[in-house]
Write a protein that binds this ligand. Sequence first.
Ligand SMILES: Nc1ncnc2c1ncn2[C@@H]1O[C@H](COP(=O)(O)OP(=O)(O)OP(=O)(O)O)[C@@H](O)[C@H]1O
Length: 515
Amino acid sequence: MAALRDRNDLFQKFYSKVTTVLNIEEFGMVLLDQEKKTYKIIIDQAATFARLHPGQEAVLEMEFQASDAVFQRIASSTEPVYFDVATLSGLPDMPAYVHFWKAIHLRQVAAVPLKVGGEVIGAAFFHVDPVTKTPAYSALLQAVSHQLAVAISNIRSNEQVLQYKQMLEQENVQLKEEINSLYNFSEIIGSGEKMQEVYRLIRLVATTNSTVLVLGETGTGKELIARAVHNASPRKNKLMVKVNCAALPTNLIESELFGHEKGAFTGAVERRIGKFELANGGTIFLDEIGEMPLETQVKLLRVIQEREFERIGGKTPIKVDVRIIAATNRKLDIEVNEGRFRPDLYYRLNVFPIHLPPLRDRKEDLEALTWYFVRKYSKRTGHQIKTIATGVFKELRSYHWPGNIRELEHLIERSILLMDGGVLKQVQIPLGQAKNAEQRPVAGQGLNPGQHDMVPTSEKMTLKNMEAEHIVKVLKICQGKIAGVDGAAALLGIPATTLHSKIKKLDIKKVDYLD
Ligand SMILES: Nc1ncnc2c1ncn2[C@@H]1O[C@H](COP(=O)(O)OP(=O)(O)OP(=O)(O)O)[C@@H](O)[C@H]1O
């Protein structure tokens, strides 16, 4: 019985044991709920005439209180309890099944507590002949009940495991769908010439097994491109496992990539599978590869060359079939020249480079990207945005986007949070960038990224002027509102009272910020 895995099998087996070994035709079983406050009948094997009794169905549906006198009596006993049904049914506050026993003319019921590890989980009931009440018979009832308790406890654990398994499977399917809908090719916005070239390269390389190196400034969408390559490849139904080489401390990166054996180093309490093993059959995406420590670079080189590695502290080489996509915002050739990146690894990775243009060089896509993020965030925030003022696009085009698409995305998100009504009239281009947009030189048109903050001129550069200018700008964005979550003080990160006194001190007037 203890080996049984589902309730039906248990019933069959229990039935055959009880009827043959104990010679009992009518029996039942009740189980406590998880909290052990109530219990229900889960097996009810009654004689035919009992099954025809109109009260039976109702009793089977009922929930009983574990604190009732019958259950308490059984739970506190270490051996079978024999109930005389006529006497029992005459007592006050009896559970309904006792009256049902009386109605179907049972005379004596033996009840045995079901215990696992000393804990009561339920009880078994047997309709017994009063003359059979001997110690030997009691011992037999107890032995059968003990097996029953172990079996039901195993079945419950098995049911729980199955439930978790189903949950995980569902979650897995859901996550895969989510990843697909988040990152399929069509989610890459941009149809300008520069992006067309990127798409052509993705199509060319996706179906091969070649290593791909995605190069581009921060926030240009390198991860999106890596996903697109993976999703357009024959490996699309397997995982793309991402490793952020910059986010991991040097001493952990190898264990993260290759895994470790139990006890390989202090703290390695369990064996751990590395990302390369996890990505077997699929793709590994090594983000920020330029940040990888030199010692790890040697090991990576070996995996690329031999498709083989060992777990830390492990002796057996592990073979994997993994496609490698790496990305970096560093100029790897310079890193090689300066001794921070191994040349042999660089040549291995640089098989098929895809250069992602910075946003300032693909301004033809700005409008489509803006609309894309406006839709994304209006959906999330519940704001209905139908129109974007033309001034907004003008302003966006005049900015040089050091943080690229990620910066644009955040800017739109913030602007939507702060806006009122259905027209996006204004975006908060970072400080010192909003005014005189047309005259301002922008990076990519003669300026280097980062230089922009130093451009504006002479006497207006005092701290006081800059502070006043910034406060006016923020007040404009907030349409003059000072306090509250969407007020200027919150946006500036200072208390409203401080802002009031600054406005006074800097002699800022309403006409300066209200149209
Ligand atoms: N062409 C695009 N269309 C739509 N969304 C994009 C596009 N490019 C980037 N994004 C979005 O911009 C954000 C930044 O992209 P991603 O993380 O891929 O950049 P990255 O180049 O890998 O950045 P980093 O170098 O900082 O890791 C993400 O939210 C991404 O979805």
